[in-house]
Design a protein. Structure first.
Lengths: 114, 109
């Protein structure tokens, strides 16, 4: 099992460009999450999904969109990148609610917006 | 606002000693606390989960406590090894996980 994989690992964007981050999991998990991690701060939840075809906003959703068309995939989109979106992005999944269940994380995507 | 606070200063411990990390929560009462390990350039890895009605939980050399009076969780690594060096994250939840910024642990040979 590969667990949780993320594509790409690194990306540099110019302000205003768009991109999509792909997350895939092979554990048949219902719940999937997108976080961002910034220096000196805890992980912050951007969006999450409790099942195929569902998405919900997290703590910091502005400037991001998500889709979960297939159970194993969770896509994070940036429509018009801003320097404030420079961060490390982690995808995670869990069998049941991550509040009470183990979350499995991907290796992260380091995004720089110039 | 609801917060999870961890010591931002790195903790330096001599190999073989017990390392103790602190997690304090404010403005809410999580029913669960989770601890994760994060190595540089990698995603967090789950270590332990403790419920509010559990005072203590152990896994091999790891021990976690949950003190609802002090609003605090302590994470202990006994017989520490250089391979234990990493950043340790605490997260508390009722219906949503709130994460601390983590404490960097350095185990010196």
């Amino acid at each position: 099992n590969a667990g949780v994989t993320q594509t790409p690992k690194f990306r540099v964007l110019k302000t205003g460009q768009s991109m999509t981050l792909l997350c895939a999991q092979d554990m048949n998990h219902e719940y999937m999450y997108w976080y961002r991690q910034d220096p000196g701060m805890g992980l912050r939840l951007i969006h999450y999904s409790v099942g195929e075809g569902t998405t919900a906003k997290g703590e910091v959703p502005d400037g991001y969109n998500v889709s979960r068309l297939k159970k194993q995939n969770f896509l994070l989109g940036l429509e018009s990148a801003a320097p404030s979106q420079t961060s490390v992005y982690f995808c995670a999944s869990s069998l049941t609610s991550g509040s009470t269940d183990t979350q499995y994380f991907g290796p992260g995507t380091r995004l720089t917006v110039l | 606002s609801q917060k999870i606070e961890q010591n931002s200063e790195a903790l330096n411990i001599q190999e073989g000693k017990t390392a103790t990390l602190t997690c304090n929560y404010t403005n809410y009462s999580p029913a669960y606390l989770q601890w994760y390990r994060q190595d540089p350039g990698r995603g967090p890895v789950f270590l332990l989960l403790i419920r509010e009605n559990e005072k203590e939980k152990r896994k091999e050399r790891l021990k976690v406590t949950f003190d609802t009076t002090l609003k605090q969780s302590l994470f202990h690594i006994t017989a520490s090894q250089p391979a234990d060096s990493a950043t340790y994250l605490c997260a508390g939840s009722n219906y949503q996980l709130i994460w601390g910024a983590g404490t960097k642990l350095i185990i010196k040979p």
